[in-house]
Write a protein of this length. Structure first.
Ligand SMILES: NC(=O)c1ccc[n+]([C@@H]2O[C@H](COP(=O)([O-])OP(=O)(O)OC[C@H]3O[C@@H](n4cnc5c(N)ncnc54)[C@H](O)[C@@H]3O)[C@@H](O)[C@H]2O)c1
Length: 305
């Protein structure tokens, strides 16, 4: 195709895609049916992972729950069954260990079948200034928050590609879009998670695997306990999010094949400003919104958790 024709095509399609997304703003897409899908959720033993497990189970999906915390898993499974779910499969898996991920993935394929919706949700946070962060915790954050995503994709993506059907969900963070004081290793791992999911999504499109969808989730603080002690400066303007609200938003985004979900909505505006403004202004606004000192009173989860 020559330059003139290709330019015309791009202009035409640009208008079409813009119009399409405006229409979807007014008339939202239909939510897809997930009953019969095999949904694997890492970090299903508490917080957002637990809520997503219960929601998928209640919609008739087969849920495969992974966590390192046996008690947490048992409780999620009990709650799911209490809600009437029958197809609940629990596996202890330490996602920070590649061989553990591959071993348990093989077990799942044999015992349950091919996973069609993969939700990389397990996450940890160090919550210290960079120089105070022990090397072991920095490594662990990278292993759980991003390396595990590589290994789960390697394990489950081939079957999705073979059937051109699947959904890859990455529970990243707003900290995967903007740097935060005292969250350097966490931010690095979440930026990586966003970049990885986005790149594989592009790869699937180039390969014509349009039946494999991606949803990248970037929430602000959620009151699950992971960031206990953190306080937002203007809670009315930027409150910590309720976990039930976040889980429901994630479910809707997955079922509507939404590529990226930022919560709250103001993040779309804040992140685009960050790309446009001089760095000094970004830092000024970060201070104004309290993000420079948001980690000052961080406690996180106690040891028993
Ligand atoms: N809580 C927040 O403010 C917040 C904000 C943005 C993004 N997120 C992200 O959302 C996801 C869920 O967080 P949450 O708030 O529900 O936290 P959570 O601590 O309640 O849940 C995380 C789960 O991951 C599990 N896990 C930790 N290490 C593991 C490992 N090595 N192998 C397997 N499982 C492991 C834990 O046992 C736990 O059940 C995380 O990826 C987190 O980074 C959280």
């Amino acid at each position: 195709m020559n330059f003139f024709l290709e330019t015309l095509k791009v202009i035409g399609l640009s208008f079409y895609y813009l119009l399409e997304s405006l229409v979807f703003l007014v008339v939202p897409r239909r939510k897809k049916n997930v009953s019969g899908e095999i949904v694997l959720i890492t970090g299903a033993g508490s917080g957002i992972g637990r809520l997503l497990s219960l929601k998928f189970a209640s919609l008739g999906a087969t849920v495969v729950l992974w966590d390192i915390n046996q008690e947490g898993l048992k409780e999620t499974s009990r709650l799911a069954r209490e809600n009437g779910a029958v197809r609940v499969h629990c596996y202890i898996c330490d996602c920070s260990k590649r061989q553990d991920v591959y071993r348990v993935a093989d077990q799942v394929k044999k015992e349950v079948g091919d996973v069609s919706i993969l939700i990389n949700n397990a996450g940890i946070v160090t919550g210290k200034s960079f120089m105070d962060s022990p090397d072991s915790l920095v490594e662990k954050s990278m292993e759980v928050n991003i390396m595990a995503h590589f290994w789960t994709y390697k394990a489950f993506l081939p079957a999705m590609m073979a059937s051109n059907h699947g959904h890859l969900v990455s529970i990243a963070s707003a900290a995967g879009l903007i740097g935060v004081n005292r969250l350097s290793d966490y931010c690095a791992s979440k930026f990586a998670a966003v970049g990885f999911a986005e790149s594989v999504d592009i790869e699937m499109r180039v390969l014509g695997k349009t039946g494999i969808k991606t949803t990248i989730v970037c929430p602000f603080f959620i009151n699950t306990g992971m960031f206990d002690g953190c306080r937002t400066k203007w809670p009315r303007l930027l409150p910590a999010l309720e976990q039930e609200y976040v889980a429901e938003k994630i479910m809707t985004a997955i079922r509507r094949d939404q590529e990226i979900l930022m919560i709250p909505r103001s993040l779309y505006f804040i992140i685009s400003l960050k790309q446009l403004l001089p760095v000094k202004l970004t830092v000024l606004f970060s201070d104004y919104f309290g993000s420079l000192h948001v980690m000052d009173n961080f406690r996180g989860r106690g040891k028993k958790d």
